[in-house]
Ligand binder design. Sequence first.
Ligand code: ARG
Length: 471
Amino acid sequence: MQYFSGRFKEAASDLILDFHSSIHFDKRLYRYDIMGSIAHVRGLAKMDIISKEDGELIEKTLIEILESIEKGEIEFCTTYEDIHMNIEKILIDRIGDVGKKLHTGRSRNDQVAVDMRLFAKDEVKKIQSFLLELIEVTTELGEKNFETYMPGFTHLQKAQPISFGHYMFAYSEMFKRDFKRLENAAELMDYSPLGSAALAGTTYPIDREFTAAILGFKGPTLNSLDGVSDRDYLIEIMSGLSITMMHLSRFSEEIIIYSSNDYGYIELSDSFSTGSSIMPQKKNPDAAELVRGKTGRVYGDLMALLTTMKGIPLAYNKDMQEDKEAFFDAVDTVKGCLQVFIGMVKTLKVKDEVLLLACNDGFINATDVADYLTVRGMSFREAYKITGAIVSYCIENSFNLETLSLERYKEFSYIFSGDIYETIAIKTCVEKRKSLGGPSKDSLLSHLEDLNRFIAGAKIDLINYRLNDIF
Ligand code: ARG
């Protein structure tokens, strides 16, 4: 059957119908499509472009179609290309000519644009609620481990002592920014393109403020060419999602390293690990590896849409249909990864004794030895040189800074006295670092207040957001 009856004399070939068709993936927009149609039809009736009775019949039938779809009674068909035409066809089948009035003053171009914005708004909120849950998990785990001392790294070489709490709060901060990044994107895209029509608006006296308000947008978009051809909001969300994946991937990498035999800093719960089919002793961090691997997918989705959009002239072009699979894949992947992470981090065991033991090698308190001399009047550069010589001596003679005798210390500088040992104790080294953002318990307590304030506020915002629904 040929949908575009009138202009065409020959039916489209099956090959081309299949090629054009997006119904197998855009059918997941059905709810948003029906919402957009209801807002449109209410607008038409309000402005007397169609009669109130016709408007009511169309709205009632669209709601029935929604119910039929949700009950699984509808089979969509590639002949009608996409979700928009499928639903319109079902409407016309059910109420005949009145159904044909729905598309007055509208085009699939503004229809798809409005569907995608509604979908994207809801998906952003769903992802934000997972991010918030993850922030709560890292924050709680951090709070329990203010005094679980561990080596901090640079270049994956032991650098200075920190605490596991300090380490977890670093991720709370990253995920907080990810949350805010999505918030900004949602704010920027919160305008309705409905009424942009094909590209040049319409001659009908439509009320775009009215339809935008029905759909819960802040207002209508202000240029019809832009309204139908803008996909930058999807790109912006996917950029945000790529950054989230980058954070998850770094965290994954650490989980993999820290749970390895040689480190043993943490242990993943059995429920978030896998075994090997041949090696009975194995407990693998597959979930973390898969998240790290899936990061590439989300970057790929972002690159795909950026590349699709870069060369297409205003306004709508069919290329833009390619936005959907990329965007769907990105949001589905991120939601899956976040859920896995929430469970994985919530159940991981922190091996505090191993962590403390790991502080004993690697000379992670060497900076504190240098600071000891500096505080007592030596220039930092001189102190740095002397401490370097002490470290080198220790390495050659199998000492560490704690086990080197005071006599030896004094050979390097007369300034050293018995309080050096207390000064370079790991606990002292961490707790002395009270600078804002530092690892001491005092610094972390004030950071915790800030995080809890953020969590409480974000929770209220999310509770107040109602997923798009006008029924
Ligand atoms: N399925 C199309 C898409 O996703 C809907 C818009 C079609 N418009 C058009 N003029 N062909 O982009």
